[in-house]
Design a binder for this molecule. Structure first.
Ligand code: ADP
Length: 207
């Protein structure tokens, strides 16, 4: 019984800490005082770490988390903030997936030579009239059928501001009843130095 109460108290404390951090982030973004610590950082490791850190949540929800293999790449970014964006998209996808479904992360290079990250789920999807609103703060989709799904409606507003501060774009494609694909881009990326300088390798974007 005591164990149970402690677990509840711990979960609630974590939830409040997340809420406070989100509110602080948003206040700083609105005051244009959220500094980014941007530099060239390994991108592939960051994706793998983000996936690994959410495996527990995926297991709890009986959702499979998959990622296509990525070549070693770097991006000009604030790694903590980009991880925050990936974590938000993945945790939403897990949260809104039915049991035994798969959440899939895929990275590719667009024809405008930006790095495109897509998180696809097979959840309930988002109605066209909600698709713009969910990127605004405190906004949630109106068709929430699961009262157990808790949230603040801040994650996507913060993710949008962070991606745009990196010079990228964020958006989604979704069909109600079929699922959603959230994506964002990072304009500054390159293959890892060793790979770029290896004979016959592709040239880096930054080179
Ligand atoms: P939160 O998840 O805390 O409510 P977000 O800003 O991350 O806040 O998301 C806002 C809303 O967008 C969610 O409440 C939900 O209605 C909708 N949403 C986000 N991601 C998904 C998804 N993958 N599938 C269905 N709905 C989603």
């Amino acid at each position: 019984m005591a164990d149970n109460l402690l677990t509840i108290a711990e979960n609630e404390t974590d939830r409040l800490i997340r809420l406070i951090n989100d509110l602080l982030d948003l206040a700083k973004i609105e005051a244009r005082k959220l500094p980014l610590h941007q530099n060239w950082h390994p991108f592939t490791e960051l994706v793998n770490t983000s996936i690994a850190s959410l495996q527990g949540l995926a297991q709890q929800a009986s959702v499979k988390l998959e990622c296509d293999p990525l070549p070693p790449m770097e991006a000009y970014m604030d790694p903590d903030r980009v991880q925050q964006v990936i974590t938000n998209l993945l945790s939403n996808a897990i949260k809104f997936s039915p049991k035994d479904q798969t959440v899939h992360l895929h990275c590719e290079v667009t024809d405008k030579n930006a790095l495109l990250v897509t998180v696809r789920d097979h959840g309930r999807g988002i109605a066209p009239e909600d698709q713009e609103a969910i990127f605004q703060k405190f906004r949630q989709a109106t068709n929430s059928r699961n009262p157990l799904v808790k949230g603040t409606g801040l994650g996507l507003a913060i993710a949008k501001a962070l991606v745009e501060q990196h010079g990228g774009e964020i958006g989604l494609r979704s069909v109600v009843g079929e699922g959603s694909s959230f994506y964002f881009t990072l304009p500054e990326w390159r293959y890892n130095q060793q790979r770029a300088s290896a004979p016959g390798s592709e040239t880096s974007k930054a080179a």
